[in-house]
Design a protein around this ligand. Structure first.
Ligand code: 13P
Length: 253
């Protein structure tokens, strides 16, 4: 069966000391992960190696970067390559978060290159998709998300797709307190899975985990996760508070 994942995306928050404290608080909560459940923590680049060493003796806990370069190596000042991430033990990398798409002009084509480099270095992409409010209001969100998937993932083989996690994050729900309803999330997740089935086959579609992101909290996580096509969450704000994050992880059960 496919994995159930709760991933915390710290974004550009916390100092090293605060991040260490948060990870220690999460570990001390004594979460009992069941078979097939994973917790992923996406820290800023400078804390990845430390996060990895804190989590290494905890089965089911993984580290993610929030981005990687679309280039392999070389004269790209300020960039961090997938190979560098691999060298410090990073397991996952978030690719195509809407904040990267919007503020750093990351196109679907650039994201396709990042997906390739992550996979080539043994790092699993958490590929983000999701529509802005005006697209939702025009009821064209399915076409919008389908294009994101086509232009960044459809060049992969079915075998490669097995290492990809998809996160659906409607932009209008990110950091706004507005959550997609359980029905809206389920509809889109089922649609994403149907697109994957169409392109890569039924087995790949049943295997791929599709996470929901956008104002997920302890109070709404159980309802979101109870949907058959919602395989967990990508959590922003609530991942910065150990009690909230661990409460969300417990809702996977
Ligand atoms: P919030 O949970 O703060 O809405 O953020 C969601 C998100 O962008 C996770 O990547």
């Amino acid at each position: 069966m496919r994995k159930k994942i709760v991933a915390g995306n710290w974004k550009m928050n916390l100092t090293l000391a605060q991040g260490e404290q948060l990870i220690n608080d999460i570990l001390q909560a004594g979460l009992k992960l069941e078979e097939g459940q994973e917790v992923v923590i996406a820290t800023p680049f400078p804390y990845l190696a430390k996060a990895k060493s804190l989590l290494k003796n905890y089965p089911g806990f993984y580290v993610a970067a929030q981005n990687c370069s679309s280039e392999k190596s070389g004269a790209y000042t300020g960039e961090v390559s997938a190979e560098m991430l691999q060298s410090v033990g990073v397991d996952y990398v978030i690719i195509g978060h809407s904040e990267r798409r919007e503020y750093f002009q990351e196109s679907n084509a650039v994201l396709a290159k990042k997906v390739d480099l992550a996979l080539a270095n043994g790092i699993k992409p958490i590929f983000c998709c999701g529509e802005p409010l005006e697209i939702r209001q025009a009821e064209t969100q399915n076409d919008y998300v389908a294009t994101q998937l086509e232009e960044s993932l459809y060049h992969l083989t079915a075998e490669q797709l097995k290492d990809v996690v998809i996160a659906y994050e409607p932009i209008w729900a990110i950091g706004t307190g507005l959550t997609a309803s359980a029905a809206q999330a389920q509809d889109m997740h089922a649609f994403i899975r149907s697109r994957i089935a169409n392109k890569f086959g039924r087995e790949a579609a049943l295997h791929v985990s599709v996470l929901y992101g956008g104002s997920a909290k302890p109070g709404n996580a159980a309802e979101l996760f109870s949907n058959p096509d919602v395989d967990g969450g990508l959590i922003g704000g609530a991942s910065l508070v150990a009690a909230d994050f661990t409460a969300i992880v417990q809702k996977l059960a």
